[in-house]
Write a protein that binds this ligand. Structure first.
Ligand code: PBG
Ligand code: ZN
Length: 330
């Protein structure tokens, strides 16, 4: 048929009609900005493999939160670099640990700003694994659950709004839910890293959080990149155990999983646009090989289209700035 009735280009004629028929919306309110907190004063160390991202001391946080607020980004997820590490990751559940202090600093400065914490052991253990090891170096599941529950409760005591377990132990959402409930934090929601894959895309993060495993890798607890069905089963388990928001991570190589998780469960679904995804864009942009703004906004919009309600991304501030400029608000 040479002249079809339906001519899609009619609705692409100008910016007005394109915006009127646009399906997926990208808004700063859907973005969550990751922050790395470390000991010290006046510390702002740029992460070499993540240009534009910094390890910050606690005193730097108020200014950071003001900036995010100004940009319309409502939430951060905190990662801690402790002053010391040991075999059982003691600082993870220390009431005066780095993340606990960061939570209090943000909440004192701006009580309405939404604070999420990553709950895991790898930043706090001297061996860099996400749990407690036995003599052979195997991560013990149920022993680790107790530590994660303690960590989550200590974040709640410090005033966190939501906790996000990223360890991938079996049963951790249930264990954390039970602990929070019994300590009086039944209203603190859990965003579960549900379909979290053993991924090469976490490389730069391990510099950022100083959390590379000292031996082996995370394949005995994180998921095989080949498995989508299993991602649905993992998500179903987390929901059964009490997850309020489910997450797929990484984002770009797992967009099929995002779509399936959203369709299957209809739960609030988050996508983690991870450190390696960020680093690739920054590296290519620095060389002038790609148009950074265009690629970032395209990528984040595509994640929304794929079914992500929320996006954790290091591009959050830039994206919010670009969106404001495009809408004439800045
Ligand atoms: C901790 C954790 C990791 C990330 C988030 N939480 C690293 C890992 O599992 O190895 C990755 C985030 C990123 O790459 O941006 N378990
Ligand atoms: Zn971990």
């Amino acid at each position: 048929m040479r002249f079809p009735q339906y001519r899609p280009r009619r609705l692409r004629a100008n910016a007005t009609i394109r915006s009127m028929v646009r399906e997926a919306a990208l808004d700063p309110v859907d973005l969550i900005y990751p922050l790395f907190v470390k000991p010290g004063k006046g510390v702002r160390d740029e992460i070499p493999s993540m240009p534009g991202q910094f390890q910050l001391s606690v005193d730097q946080l108020p200014a950071e939160i003001d900036e995010l607020r100004g940009l319309g980004v409502p939430a951060v997820i905190l990662f801690g670099l402790p002053s010391s590490k040991d075999a059982v990751g003691s600082e993870a559940y220390d009431p005066d640990g780095i993340v606990q202090r960061a939570i209090r600093a943000i909440k004192t400065h701006d009580p309405g700003f939404y604070v999420i914490t990553d709950v895991c052991m790898c930043e706090y253990t001297d061996h860099g694994h996400c749990g407690i090891l036995d003599d052979s170096g195997y991560v013990l599941n149920d022993v680790t659950l107790e530590m994660l529950a303690k960590e989550a409760v200590s974040h709640a005591e410090a005033g966190v709004d939501m906790v996000a377990p990223s360890d991938m132990m079996d049963g951790r959402v249930g264990a954390i839910r039970e602990a929070l409930d019994s300590e009086g934090y039944a209203d603190v929601p859990i965003m579960a890293y549900s379909a979290k894959y053993a991924s090469g895309y976490y490389g730069p993060f391990r510099d950022a959080a100083d959390s590379a495993p000292a031996f082996g890798d995370r394949s005995q607890y994180q998921m095989d990149p080949a498995n989508a069905e299993e991602g649905l089963r993992e998500t179903a388990l987390d929901i059964e155990e009490g997850a309020d928001i489910v997450m797929v991570k990484p984002a770009l190589a797992y967009m099929d999983v995002i779509r399936r998780v959203k369709d299957e469960f209809g739960y609030p679904t988050a996508a983690y646009n991870v450190s390696g995804e960020y680093a690739m864009v920054k590296a290519a942009a620095e060389r002038g090989w790609i148009d950074e703004k265009r690629i970032v906004l395209e990528t984040l919009t595509a994640l929304r289209r794929a079914g992500a309600d929320l996006i954790l991304t290091y591009h959050a501030k830039d994206a919010a700035r670009w969106l404001a400029a495009d809408s004439g608000k800045a």
